[in-house]
Design a protein. Structure first.
Length: 198
């Protein structure tokens, strides 16, 4: 819905309604794609089913192309699109914690909620762990505040960091996606498990 809210297309109340509708739709399609199953999700670590990689890369490229073309056409003002500032060290640690949790538990935060909504007990346990971890972090934040705001680099973009134009970076990412899809297909064939083990 962003940056429609900044253009005044709707107020805060409607923004909450929009967020709820988008969230329900997102969860529905996650489940329909099989991403509410830990077994399906961890298959990417065994390299025999890289559907998660393909879907995420497709989403990234689609959003990137959409934002880029809308900006070039003058429909979208990129200055109104919020970018999370870079806090290098806490974001590295957070990424590692998320990755390890994903590998061990078989879910990321979004897929665990989708799994819980469909009655999976392992998804519910994962969500409870997320809630517990969030409360513990919130209570411990005064002690962690210094680390939380360490390694500040402000708002960064790939074109800015690499010193390249947006067009060149977009083209390079599209080429990476094509190569990634081809490589994923090869890996799936290479590491395919017999039907009896699936």
């Amino acid at each position: 819905m962003t940056p429609l809210a900044k253009y005044g297309a709707f107020g805060d109340e409607m923004g909450l309604v929009m967020a709820f509708i988008i969230g329900i739709g997102f969860g529905f399609f996650l489940e329909r794609a099989g991403f509410g199953s830990a077994k399906k999700l961890v298959s990417q670590f065994y390299l025999d089913d890289l559907a998660v990689f393909k879907v995420m890369f497709t989403a990234i490229v689609t959003a990137m192309l959409g934002v880029t073309y809308l900006a070039w056409m003058g429909v979208l003002d990129l200055s109104l699109v919020y970018m999370t500032p870079t806090w290098l060290w806490p974001q590295i640690v957070g990424g590692l914690v998320l990755g390890v949790g994903f590998a061990i538990g078989g879910y990321c935060p979004g897929t665990s909620v989708a799994a819980t909504a469909t009655g999976r007990i392992d998804g519910l346990v994962y969500v409870l762990g997320l809630v517990f971890g969030t409360v513990v972090f919130a209570e411990a934040f005064p002690l962690l505040k210094g680390f939380f705001y360490s390694g500040s680099y402000g708002q960064q973009t790939l074109p800015g960091v690499l010193g390249l134009s947006y067009g060149v970076v977009v083209f390079a990412v599209v080429l990476m996606a094509i190569g990634g899809f081809a490589g994923a297909g090869w890996l799936e064939k290479r590491f395919a498990r017999p039907a009896s083990q699936q």
